[in-house]
Design a protein around this ligand. Structure first.
Ligand code: G1P
Length: 297
């Protein structure tokens, strides 16, 4: 079994109900931060980390997502005719190698763990990454790349982690910490969405994982957990219980919860401010809004 991580699973089957009515016809992963769909941020992060095979677990109503990764010959010809090389370059950045993307359908919404399990035949006997596109992470060095570098020393399973406030902890998978070495934490287990007073730590699992293939086998046998769903957290906990090392990695970067409206808006502002051509106008606008707000107090 090779230890190199070259395959990544992107669970994109969710209904995106928090973004209704938009998600009636637009998959959540196609919603844009500035001018790039959410999914593009996750793909770029994975590419920077050396991922070569991209496995999307989709569901009904996600065809716009599949179309997004197709070439667009008519559009490209039109841009070429008009000499718009800058736009052609932007399009080129989204090109994927033929055969690099695979789509698997999750036929029933049985949870994140089940979605990951749907990709088992494409993963085989190799370690693999999972990226949840809702978690967008702005970082100089991509979060998954940081993790893969750390994983070269630790092996085992690794999840991205960060401290969250006590009133938020029950929305996450939470690490039960055995040893804290700073950027790397060894976990003795993890719990999905515990009650705040029962959370084993304040370290939440953020949507980046490097997992052993044995986690797939546990996904096959574990029972439904939190919310009546097959939970990825439970399969990792089981693997840990069976003696596999499991680590949390405190990444360097800023994470936005784009599964919530507030997180999505914050990410929009942050990515807008990071763009040279937008920052002056946007900063001025934010300043004016704040100023008016205060004047009204
Ligand atoms: C999922 C995982 C959870 C993790 C979270 C990170 O939960 O099940 O363990 O902490 O993503 O965003 P969800 O947000 O899908 O409920």
């Amino acid at each position: 079994m090779s230890n190199k991580v070259t395959k990544a699973i992107f669970p994109v089957a969710g209904l995106g109900t928090r973004f209704l009515p938009a998600t009636k016809s637009v998959p959540k992963e196609i919603m844009t931060l500035v001018d790039r769909p959410l999914i593009q941020y996750a793909i770029d992060e994975a590419r920077e980390a050396g991922i070569e095979e991209f496995i999307f677990v989709t569901s009904r109503g996600k065809s716009a997502l599949e179309d997004y990764f197709d070439n667009s010959p008519a559009l490209e010809a039109e841009l070429r005719k008009k000499g718009k090389t800058d736009l052609l370059d932007i399009l080129g950045q989204t090109d994927m190698d033929s055969g690099a993307i695979a789509y698997i359908r999750q036929h029933q919404a049985l949870g994140l763990g089940h979605a990951v399990w749907c990709a088992r035949r494409l993963i085989g006997d190799e370690p693999f990454a999972v990226l949840l596109p809702d978690d967008v992470i702005a970082a100089d060095r991509s979060c998954l790349r940081q993790m893969i570098e750390a994983y070269e020393n630790t092996g085992g399973n690794m999840v991205a982690t960060m401290a969250v406030a006590p009133n938020k902890i029950s929305s996450y998978g939470v690490l039960d910490v055995e040893e804290d070495h700073g950027s790397v934490v060894r976990a003795r287990g993890m719990v999905e969405k515990p009650d705040a007073d029962k959370a084993p730590s304040n370290l939440a699992v953020i949507g980046r994982y490097i997992l052993r293939p044995s986690v797939m086998s546990h996904l096959e046998t574990i029972k439904a957990g939190s919310g009546g769903e097959i939970q990825l957290t439970d399969a990792i906990a089981k693997d840990t219980e069976n003696g596999e090392g499991t680590f949390g990695y405190r990444f360097r970067g800023q994470r936005f919860d784009c599964g919530s409206k507030s997180g999505f808006l914050q990410a929009t502002v942050a990515f807008g401010l990071a763009r040279e051509e937008l920052q002056d106008d946007l900063r001025q606008f934010l300043y004016d809004v704040m100023h008016l707000d205060r004047a009204g107090e």
